[in-house]
Design a protein around this ligand. Structure first.
Ligand SMILES: NC(=O)C1=CN([C@@H]2O[C@H](COP(=O)(O)OP(=O)(O)OC[C@H]3O[C@@H](n4cnc5c(N)ncnc54)[C@H](O)[C@@H]3O)[C@@H](O)[C@H]2O)C=CC1
Ligand SMILES: CC(=O)C(=O)O
Length: 379
C-alpha cells in the first residue's frame, strides 16, 4: 500500500502524522511512504530523517493525495484539501465531523473511507487515539488559564496557587475524563482550589480516590454548574459524548455571573464546544476573545502548540492501527478489530457513525450494511 502524509495546514498546526520510526515500520512491512516536503519540520523532523528511514518526499499536497491509497493526517481536512481526495481513499485522522457539515459532504461525495482517531473505541469505552492528545490539552489548559489570569493578558491579576496569606484561584473543570483528570493534576500541582463536575458518579468516585481529597467532586447538573461557574476564576470545559456535538452546559447567563477577568478554556471546542458564549473556533495566533468581561479561549488544536511532544505521543498510538490497515487492507482490518470498526465515520458515501449522522441531520447507515464487521460489533 502507498501511505501519504501531507503537511498540516491548520494555523500553527505543527504536528505530523508519522515519525521516522513509523516510516521504517511501514517500509519493513512492504509499504511505500510518501511525505510532503517539510511536513515534519514543525516537530523537529527533517526531510532527511524521513528519507533515511525509507520515505520519498513529494513537493506538493496534490502529489501526496494523488499517490496514496491511505492518507494519514493529524487534523481534519480543511477546504483547500477537499478536492484532493480520491474515490475510495482511506483517510486516517482526527475528523470531528459532528460540527463539520461541509467536510462531511466532501467525504461523502468522494466516497472516502473516513476513519476518525477520536471514535476508535475499545470495548471498555476507552478512546486510545484521543487519550494522548487529551492528556496534552488537559495539562495545557491550566498553564494557558494561569497565563491569561495575569493582568497584562487582561486577567484578574491573580496567581493560580495564591501565596501564604492569600487564597488560591478557583479552577472549575466540567468533565472528569482524560482532559479533566490531566487538568486537575496540573491545577492541584500549582496549588489551585479545584472542583470537578461530571455526570458519571463512578468517575467522581475514582477522582476522589486518586486525588486523595485534594479536589472537590460535584455531580454535573445545571444547578451545580451554575453555582460552580459563578465562583470560578478559571473554567475548563472538557465534556465528551463520543462522536456527538458537545452539549452546551454553560449558558450565557452563567458566564455573566463570572468575575471580570476570569478565564474560560473550552477544550471541547473540537466537538462544537460546551460554552454558549463561545461562537467561534480561535487559533494559536489569536487564541482569545472577551465577552461579558470574561476571557474565552477556544483553540481546537491545542496540542499543535507543543508539536514535538504531541507528534510522538500521537504516533505512538496511531501507528499500530495504521500498520494494521496497511497490512490487511481496510476491509479485513475493520472486520477483525472492534475498536477500529468504531472509528469508521463515513464509507461508500454513507455516514456510519450514529451520533455524527444525528448531529448533522443526515441519514445513518449501520456499518454492517456496508462492510463486514467484527463479531459483537455494535454501531
Ligand atoms: N481543543 C483541543 O485541542 C483538544 C480537544 N480535546 C477534546 O476534549 C474533549 C474531552 O476529551 P476526553 O477528556 O478525552 O474525553 P473523555 O471521554 O475521557 O471524558 C469526557 C468526560 O465528560 C463527561 N461528561 C459527559 N457529559 C457530561 C456532562 N453533561 N456534564 C459533565 N460531564 C460530562 C464524561 O462522563 C467523561 O468523564 C473532547 O471533545 C476531545 O475531543 C482533546 C484533545 C485536544
Ligand atoms: C484531539 C484533537 O482534536 C487534537 O489533538 O487536535
Amino acid at each position: 500500500m502507498i501511505i501519504g502524509v501531507p503537511k498540516e495546514i491548520k494555523p500553527n498546526e505543527n504536528r505530523v502524522a508519522i515519525t521516522p520510526a513509523g516510516v521504517e515500520a511501514m517500509v519493513k512491512a512492504g509499504h511505500k511512504v510518501v511525505i510532503e516536503n517539510n511536513a515534519g519540520v514543525g516537530s523537529g523532523i527533517t526531510n532527511e530523517d524521513y528519507t533515511r528511514a525509507g520515505a520519498e518526499i513529494l513537493a506538493t499536497p496534490a502529489e501526496v493525495f494523488s499517490a496514496a491509497d491511505m492518507i494519514m493526517k493529524v487534523k481534519e481536512p480543511l477546504p483547500a484539501e477537499y478536492n484532493l481526495f480520491k474515490e475510495g481513499q482511506v483517510l486516517f485522522t482526527y475528523l470531528h465531523l459532528a460540527p463539520e457539515p461541509e467536510l462531511t459532504q466532501a467525504l461523502l461525495k468522494k466516497k472516502v473511507v473516513g476513519i476518525a482517531y477520536e471514535t476508535i473505541q475499545l470495548p471498555n469505552g476507552a478512546l486510545p487515539l484521543l487519550s494522548p492528545m487529551s492528556e496534552v490539552a488537559g495539562r495545557m489548559s491550566i498553564q494557558i488559564g494561569a497565563q491569561f489570569l495575569e493582568k497584562h493578558y487582561g486577567g484578574q491579576g491573580i496567581l493560580l496557587g495564591g501565596v501564604p496569606g492569600v487564597p488560591p484561584a478557583k479552577a472549575v473543570i466540567i468533565g472528569g475524563g482524560i482532559v479533566g483528570t490531566n487538568a486537575a493534576k496540573m491545577a492541584v500541582g500549582m496549588g489551585a482550589d479545584v472542583t470537578i463536575l461530571d455526570l458519571n458518579a463512578s468517575r467522581l468516585r475514582y477522582l476522589d480516590d486518586i486525588f486523595g481529597g485534594r479536589v472537590k467532586t460535584v455531580m454535573s447538573n445545571s444547578y451545580n454548574i451554575a453555582a460552580a461557574v459563578k465562583e470560578a476564576d478559571l473554567l475548563v470545559g472538557c465534556v465528551l459524548i463520543p462522536g456527538a456535538r458537545a452539549p452546551k452546559l454553560v449558558t450565557e447567563e452563567m458566564v455573566k455571573t463570572m468575575k471580570p477577568g476570569s478565564v474560560i478554556v473550552d477544550v471541547a471546542i473540537d466537538q462544537g464546544g460546551s460554552i454558549e458564549t463561545i461562537d467561534r473556533v480561535t487559533t494559536h495566533a489569536e487564541p482569545t476573545f472577551v465577552k461579558h468581561g470574561v476571557i474565552h479561549y477556544s483553540v481546537a488544536n491545542m496540542p499543535g502548540a507543543v508539536a514535538r511532544t504531541s507528534t510522538f505521543a500521537l504516533t505512538n498510538v496511531t501507528l499500530p492501527y495504521a500498520l494494521k490497515l496497511a497490512n490487511k487492507g481496510y476491509q479485513q482490518a475493520i472486520k477483525e478489530d472492534l475498536a477500529l470498526a468504531k472509528g469508521v465515520n463515513v464509507i461508500d458515501g454513507r455516514v456510519t457513525y450514529k451520533s455524527v449522522a444525528e448531529g448533522l441531520g443526515l441519514p445513518y447507515t449501520p456499518l454492517n450494511q456496508v462492510i463486514e464487521v467484527p463479531v459483537g460489533f455494535q454501531g
